[in-house]
Design a protein around this ligand. Structure first.
Ligand code: NAP
Length: 293
């Protein structure tokens, strides 16, 4: 079997366009604040594209840049001020934060109703309890991609590799809410290969290039590769690199029914879901009718 490719780039572009159309119908303009501490180049790139795409979708974006040595208390105070600011609908704190800052203390300063990343205790709690709320962007993107195939999700065996607060845990909770039977694997899991072979839907979120072997993929399974890993690419020239997922793509695509490429799979869904969450947050906070997105 040769897998059909789930085109995350196109699906994310479609969602961004739908968010843009929905924004035009709202009585006001949603506003997203993006907070970055320090000058980590990868984080700067992510933040710039979040700010750019927010504006492209017709929303207001506030870019808060703080120096790398900003004391934790000052970062917390800044985030708290954004939480208290009625003009701001969504707050995103770019992770990771510098080592001297406890990320959880900063996240806890976000008003749960503005938590567009779904990372506060309240946001994670709402998800765990199956209550309405803003869902973490990357895992929610995985669910959208899974649904885009037209496959019925209820009853499917989902194996999520990784249990991080950012990806693995919320992905597991989201697939549970879709009535899937979910297993979470991690670094202490025994017989990972055997477990992966039980998956109708495999969601690797580990951060290890080509870790999941082709023969770990069950014939016809869906593979949603969250991993983004930079590896040397000597074929492109000396010192060049390229991005690969957690899955050994070619052999996995031979066996899978559906597969996401890296790049161009799960990755582009994160910002699209962030924009979606900003609209949802604005509608709930301001009592506007929530568009179907
Ligand atoms: P993380 O916090 O480092 O978590 C990695 C998880 O993988 C941990 O739960 C760890 O288990 C597990 N793990 C590590 N080695 C393993 C092994 N040999 N066998 C089984 N499990 C293993 O990473 P993350 O933040 O969740 O990110 C995971 C990947 O997703 C990264 O490549 C990241 O770049 C990517 N990512 C992509 C997006 C996007 O597409 N926009 C967004 C976020 C992250 P333990 O808990 O036991 O240590």
């Amino acid at each position: 079997m040769s897998a059909r490719i789930i085109d995350g780039k196109a699906i994310a572009a479609d969602l961004r366009a739908r968010v843009g159309e929905a924004v035009k119908t709202l009585p006001g303009q949603p506003a997203l604040a993006v907070v970055i501490v320090g000058d980590d180049p990868a984080s700067q790139v992510y933040v710039r594209s979040k700010v750019k795409e927010t504006a492209a979708a017709g929303m207001r974006s506030l870019h808060v840049e703080l120096p790398v040595d900003t004391p934790e208390a000052d970062v917390v105070a800044r985030v708290k001020a954004l939480s208290d600011d009625p003009a701001i609908d969504g707050i995103l704190v770019q992770l990771p934060l510098p080592a001297h800052i406890d990320a959880q203390r900063v996240l806890d300063a976000i008003d749960p109703d503005k938590d567009v990343d779904g990372l506060t205790d309240a946001g994670a709690g709402r998800l765990a309890l199956g209550r309405p709320g803003l869902r973490p962007c990357t895992p929610y993107g995985c669910v959208i991609l899974a649904k885009s195939t037209g496959e019925k999700l209820a009853g499917k065996n989902v194996v999520v590799l990784g249990r991080s607060i950012l990806v693995g845990r919320p992905a597991a909770m989201l697939f549970l809410l879709e009535d899937c039977t979910v297993t979470i694997a991690h670094s202490k899991t025994r017989d990972l290969a055997g477990l992966c072979r039980t998956a109708d839907i495999l969601v690797p979120a580990i951060g290890r290039p080509h870790f999941v072997q082709g023969d770990w993929v069950r014939e016809g399974a869906m593979v949603l590769d969250v991993g983004i890993n930079r590896v040397p690419a000597p074929e492109k020239g000396e010192g060049k690199t390229r991005l690969v997922g957690d899955v050994d793509y070619e052999p996995a695509a031979e066996r899978a029914g559906w597969i996401t490429p890296v790049p161009g799979g799960v990755g582009p869904m994160t910002i699209a879901c962030l924009l979606r969450n900003t609209v949802l947050a604005a509608c709930v906070r301001r009592g506007w009718k929530t568009p179907a997105l």
